[in-house]
Each structure stands twice: as structure tokens, then as C-alpha cells.
Design a protein around this ligand. Sequence first.
Ligand SMILES: [Zn+2]
Length: 124
Amino acid sequence: MELLKSPFLNDPSSLVAMAFSVIYPDKEFEAVLVDKITAEDGTQMVGCTTFPDDGSLPLVEVAGHIPAEAVPEILAHELAHIATPGDEHGPRWKEAFERIYSKYNELAIARFQDQDQDPQEATP
Ligand SMILES: [Zn+2]
């Protein structure tokens, strides 16, 4: 499916995906917002990553009902699973999550550090 372009100048999910692709340029995935994610034991989850048996791209699902400000961390969490298949929440996963999330923060700061500046003081 064709990837949608975000209409937002400051879409945090796009920044997380950008951070991921900077660190893991060869890793591909698809991501979708879904209504709800239910684990096999019936627990509701906010994010889930699956690696299809048919060799198609890994799929990240994020629950659409969670607050927008929670999405970047959930997405970074799931993308760390894409980076470290089979590690569950082990040391490689933890390191990948921290790399993705800190790169995301770095990109966000670089992009928005001047946001609070008075527009009249900004030099063109
Ligand atoms: Zn997880």
C-alpha cells in the first residue's frame, strides 16, 4: 500500500520513523493504526509487531485510541522489535529502543528548537 504523506509539519510519528531509518536504513516495515489490539490471553495492548510467515514486511500496529503524545514512544518501542527480531525485550531490544528514541528526540530538538522564538526576531 502506498505510504501516506503526513499533513502535519510536526508529526511525531514521522520523526520516529525518520529516526529509525537513519539508524537502520535497511530495515523496512509497514505501520497501521488499529481500533484495538487484543493479545491471545485477552489483554488489551497499545502496540504490537508481527513478522509475517510469508516474507512480507513486518507489521507494526498501534492502537488508535491512545493519546497522540503517547504514540512516539509506542512506535519507537515497536520499531525496536523490528530492529531486533527474536530479542523480545532483551538487552539488544533495549539498546535499539534507546537509540531510536534518543535519535527521535535529537531530530525533534533540531527541528523545533526555534519554535518558541518570537517570529519577528527570527532572521530569514
Ligand atoms: Zn514490546
